[in-house]
Design a protein around this ligand. Structure first.
Ligand code: AMP
Ligand code: GLY
Length: 426
């Protein structure tokens, strides 16, 4: 089989790695890929096509006889890559743009959850600053309140306001200063959920689904969950917080009603469904949906998948998802993100990256690239999140120790990473 993976992050590098482990795969193309996917050997090739250039992707899939396309990030979903590939009769893993509204419109997601009695924070929707400011001044009963741009903003569209003044300033920045542009034409203000976060991922054909191991992301830049929100600085799996009992509640109260609800409304949801949850006293509530796998969570959940990834994806098309093996390795995994100095704000790129070849000899360690590229002379940084160093082990402790040993073999000027990935679970 020939596989096309759309995207350029460490998530897509991990997908390419998982695809290459399948006996059935002859070639993997990553569009546009990164410095890591460029170095995977002859069977993996970067293609210089932008992830949202749907027509060019479709032409490429036809000319290279691609058997299966996998969509990594949300932007191509929002512009309808899945709709277009399906119209052209091409197999692609992901939701249509209508189904992807679970991620691309927080207003749609909240109203959908309300219609289907899926547990989530109470909320109101606003279309202008005066009404939103009036609400936080007069009616919002409790603090903090969470103010969210409805559209996609690369994980940055959420402001947690501790009091009325902060809420008014958040409303004004979204509606008047337009800091998120059109993504904040509609704004959701919701109640703050207490508890611990976990991410659950399902692969679904719209009816049946299979679950990956539950993971926990680390969104803040600093140790101890301090500082700014990022795209994610590290993750581990399985998250012990999601006990089998909690997982059963998530399946019964969230995943099953989400799939049934989307089908009943005429937009069957297919592909990867990411449910971001807050768990409080064993009771799950939905914080957000994403229409894709998480980054950096993918970098731990895919290495922990023992069964053949491509077999499972293929089964998604022939109605045999319930029958295909979908087993996990015992033990645990951790991934630690190395970022550029300054991330998630301004950062410099073009810093030379040194990776000691002995990293390949470390047990269970995998180095997935994100913001890297080759400048001819060697590998240099080209983004905020640069690398995601993953390790699996018999225990979470072992996985974490191995991942940090891997980090010790890699260097670039100003590299920033958290020292406490997974510490909460130990
Ligand atoms: P989202 O983009 O909706 O995932 O929000 C980003 C982050 O903001 C989440 O991962 C949470 O840490 C936090 N967050 C969002 N909504 C809430 C909420 N209702 N209560 C508490 N924290 C929240
Ligand atoms: N890890 C958060 C995300 O992928 O959105």
């Amino acid at each position: 089989m020939n596989i096309l993976i759309i995207g350029s992050g460490a998530r897509e590098h991990a997908m390419a790695w998982a695809a290459m482990r399948s006996g059935k795969v002859s070639k993997v193309f990553t569009a546009p890929g990164n410095g890591g996917t460029a170095m995977m050997g002859g069977k993996v090739r970067n293609v210089p096509i932008n992830a949202t250039d749907v027509e060019a992707l479709l032409d490429f899939a036809a000319s290279e006889r691609i058997d299966l396309t996998i969509v990594g990030p949300e932007q191509p979903l929002e512009v309808g890559v899945v709709n277009r590939f399906r119209e052209a009769g091409r197999k692609i893993i992901g939701p249509t743009k209508e189904a992807a509204r679970l991620e691309t419109s927080k207003v749609f997601a909240k109203e959908f959850m309300e219609r289907h009695h899926i547990p989530t924070a109470g909320y109101h929707v606003f279309h202008d600053a005066p009404t939103a400011n009036n609400y936080v001044s007069a009616e919002a009963a409790s603090w903090p309140q969470v103010i969210k741009a409805s559209g996609i903003c690369a994980g940055k569209g959420v402001i947690i306001a501790q009091n009325r003044d902060e809420a008014v300033s958040a409303n004004n920045s979204m509606f008047l200063d337009r800091i998120f542009g059109q993504a904040a034409d509609e704004v959701v203000i919701e109640d703050f959920l207490h508890g611990q976060e976990a991410s659950v991922f399902a692969l679904t054909d719209g009816k049946e689904y299979r679950l990956f191991l539950p993971a926990q992301d680390h969104k803040r830049i600093g140790d101890g969950d301090t500082g700014k929100n990022t795209g994610g600085m590290g993750a581990y799996a399985p998250a012990p917080l999601v006990t089998p009992e909690v997982m059963k509640k998530i399946e019964d109260r969230v995943i099953r009603p989400t799939l049934d609800g989307m089908a009943a409304e005429g937009y069957p949801y297919t592909g990867f469904l990411y449910v971001g949850l807050m768990i409080d006293g064993g009771e799950p509530s939905v914080v957000e949906y994403n229409a894709r796998l998480g980054d950096p969570e993918t970098q731990v959940v895919l290495p922990l998948l023992k069964s053949d990834f491509i077999d499972a994806l293929s089964a998604c098309f022939d109605g045999s998802l319930a029958d295909v093996p979908f087993e996990m390795h015992a033990g645990a995994g951790a991934t630690v993100v190395m970022a550029s100095a300054g991330y998630p704000d301004e950062y410099e790129t073009g810093k030379a990256i040194s990776i000691d070849a002995s990293v390949n000899d470390l047990d269970g360690v995998l180095v997935f690239h994100a913001g890297t590229k080759s400048d001819g002379a060697g590998l240099v940084t080209s983004g905020g999140r640069v690398l995601s160093v993953t390790a699996c082990g018999g225990s979470l402790r072992e996985a974490i120790d191995r991942a940090y040993r891997g980090i010790g073999k890699i260097g670039f000027e100003g590299a920033v990473y958290r020292r406490d990935i997974g510490a909460k679970a130990l």
